[in-house]
Design a binder for this molecule. Structure first.
Ligand code: PLP
Length: 468
C-alpha cells in the first residue's frame, strides 16, 4: 500500500541521516558504518516497536531508566501543562518555579537521614561531577584544602564527563582516553563470583574493606575527601557486594572523615523495590546520594545531587573570603523536567510500584536463577529488576569465552529475533526492564533467554569457540 511505501521511504531516509550525521554514544563506528541503526518509533507499557512494526519486550528499560513504563499520558500532560505555564526560567540566585521547589522537598522527604538538600543537573554524570565540586568546596570552606583525593572502585561506573569517567573504574571504558589520575584512585571490585575459591565471603568482604582503609592511609587521611560507590555496580556487571560491605566501608569513611557518596543513578526509584536503596536495602545513610534515570523514568533529562544538613551548613555559611557556591547549569531545576519527575514519583507511589517490585522482582530474580543449569551460564546475579547473566566457557574454572566470539552480542541478537531486547555487555547480558513487568512478562523473558542462550551456545560450537 502507499502507506507502507511512505513508511519504507521514511525508514531509509532516517537510517541514512542517522548513519551519516548522528554520532552515537558508546558506539563501535567500524561496525556502525556498515549496519547503521535500528529505528524505534513507538512504545507502550513494557514494550517498544521498531519502524517495521515489530514489537519487543524492552528488557533494559530504555537504559535502566524507564521505570514506570512507556506511554504514560499523565506525564505528557504534566509536561505540556508546565510548558504552557512557564517552560523555563533561570534558578540562579533567588528565583524558582513550583516544580523545582516541590520536587526538592519530595526528594528530601524520600531520601534517608538528613539528606535534605537537592542540587539539580541534567543526568547522572553531572550529578557526580557536582558532588566532587561540592565536596572540594566543602573542605576548602572548612579550612582543610588538602582534602581533595577521591577513591572509587574498579568496575564502578559513574558517567562520561571528564571527572565522572575518571571516577569510573571500568578499564575498558578508559581505553584510548585519558582520566585524571592525580585526583582519583581505584580500589578493587567486591565481586564475590571472582573471589579466590577457598576464601569465605566474610573474609573476602573484610579484605575489600581493609583495602579502602589501606588506600586512605597510603594517601593520608588529610588528603582524602570522598569515597564513591554504587550500592550495586551496574555497568560494571551488576556486582552485588558481600553482606556488610557498604556498612563497613561507611564506618571506615567516618573514621577518617571521608565523605561517602552513594551513586544511586540506577538503584533509586524502585529498581530494587525502594525509592532509595542505600538505607532500605543496604542499611547505610551516606553523605551524598546522586541520582538521575528513574527520577523522571527517562521521560525528560534530570539528575540530582542530594546532600546532608552537615554539608549544607558548611557550604551555605556567609564566607569571610567572599566565596559563594559558584556552580550550576542553565538547566539546573528545569521546571519541565521537574514536573515530569514529580508526576513520575506520584505515579510510583499511587501504584505501589516499590511493593510490586518486591513481589514480581523477587519472582524475576528466582526465575532467572533457573538459567544457571545452562552450559555457559556461569553466574546469575543482581537483585529484583537489576540482573545480569555472566557467560563462561567453563563453569568450574570460570574461564571466559574468547572475546572475539562476542557471546553477549550473540545472545542479545537471538533474543531480539524472538522479540526481546537485552543488553550485551562484553561476555555478559544485563536485564533492567521497566518495573511494571508482570509474572507473564517474566515467564516470557526467561523462556526467551533460555532458547536464545541455547541457540547461541550451538553457534559458538559451530564456530569452534566451544568444544562440541
Ligand atoms: N552513575 C551510574 C551508576 C550510571 O549507571 C550512570 C549511567 O548509566 C551514570 C552514573 C551516568 O549517568 P548519565 O548517563 O545520566 O550521565
Amino acid at each position: 500500500t502507499s502507506q507502507n511505501v511512505s513508511a519504507q521511504l521514511d525508514k531509509q531516509e532516517i537510517w541514512q541521516k542517522d548513519r551519516d550525521h548522528f554520532m552515537h554514544p558508546w558506539t563501535d563506528f567500524s561496525t556502525f558504518k556498515e549496519s547503521g541503526s535500528m529505528i524505534f518509533n513507538q512504545a507502550d507499557g513494557v514494550s517498544i516497536q521498531d519502524a517495521d512494526g515489530k514489537r519487543y519486550l524492552d528488557g533494559i528499560g530504555g537504559l535502566w531508566c524507564v521505570n514506570i513504563g512507556y506511554g504514560r499520558d499523565e506525564i505528557a500532560e504534566a509536561v505540556a501543562d508546565q510548558i504552557r505555564d512557564i517552560p523555563y526560567f533561570s534558578t540562579f540566585g533567588h528565583h524558582t518555579t513550583a516544580p523545582a521547589a516541590r520536587l526538592a522537598a519530595k526528594l528530601a522527604e524520600l531520601a534517608p537521614g538528613d539528606l535534605n538538600h537537592v542540587f539539580y543537573g541534567c543526568g547522572g554524570s553531572v550529578a557526580n561531577d557536582t558532588a566532587v565540586r561540592m565536596i572540594h568546596f566543602y573542605f576548602n570552606q572548612l579550612g582543610q584544602p588538602s582534602k581533595k583525593q577521591i577513591i572509587s572502585r574498579i568496575d564502578g561506573y559513574h558517567g562520561s564527563t571528564y571527572m565522572a569517567m575518571s571516577i569510573t573504574g571500568v578499564k575498558f571504558d578508559h581505553i584510548g582516553f585519558d582520566i585524571d589520575q592525580q585526583l582519583v584512585h581505584h580500589i578493587s571490585c567486591p565481586n564475590p563470583y571472582r573471589r579466590p575459591e577457598d576464601q569465605s565471603l566474610e573474609a573476602f568482604c573484610d579484605e575489600k574493606v581493609k583495602e579502602l582503609e589501606d588506600k586512605i592511609l597510603e594517601l593520608g587521611p588529610d588528603n582524602v575527601a570522598a569515597f564513591f560507590a554504587e550500592p550495586i555496580m551496574g555497568a560494571g556487571g551488576v556486582i552485588v557486594p558481600p553482606e556488610g560491605y557498604h556498612r563497613k566501608t561507611l564506618e571506615v569513611c567516618r573514621k577518617y572523615d571521608v565523605l561517602y557518596v552513594s551513586d544511586e543513578v540506577v538503584t533509586a526509584f524502585g529498581r530494587l523495590g525502594h525509592m532509595f536503596a542505600s538505607e532500605d536495602e543496604f542499611g547505610i545513610v551516606p553523605d551524598i546520594i546522586t541520582c538521575a534515570k528513574g527520577l523522571t523514568s527517562g521521560y525528560l533529562p534530570l539528575g540530582a545531587t542530594i546532600f546532608s544538613d552537615r554539608i549544607y551548613e558548611v557550604i551555605s555559611k556567609p564566607q569571610a573570603d567572599g566565596a559563594i557556591f559558584t556552580h550550576g547549569f542553565t538547566y539546573s531545576g528545569h521546571p519541565v523536567s521537574c514536573a515530569a519527575g514529580l508526576k513520575n514519583i506520584e505515579i510510583m507511589e499511587r501504584e505501589g510500584l516499590c511493593a510490586h517490585v518486591e513481589d514480581v522482582g523477587d519472582y524475576f530474580e528466582r526465575r532467572l536463577h533457573e538459567l544457571e543449569d545452562l552450559e555457559i551460564v556461569g553466574d546469575v546475579r543482581g537483585r529484583k529488576f537489576m540482573m545480569c547473566l555472566e557467560n563462561v566457557a567453563d563453569k568450574t574454572t570460570k574461564e571466559l569465552i574468547a572475546p572475539e566470539a562476542k557471546v553477549g552480542n550473540r545472545i542479545a541478537d537471538e533474543c531480539q529475533q524472538r522479540g526481546l531486547i537485552v543488553r550485551p555487555l562484553a561476555h555478559m547480558n544485563i536485564l533492567s526492564p521497566t518495573l511494571i513487568l508482570n509474572r507473564e512478562h517474566v515467564d516470557f523473558v526467561v523462556a526467551t533467554l533460555r532458547e536464545s542462550i541455547e541457540a547461541a551456545t550451538e553457534s559458538l560450537k559451530a564456530d569452534g569457540y566451544l568444544p562440541r
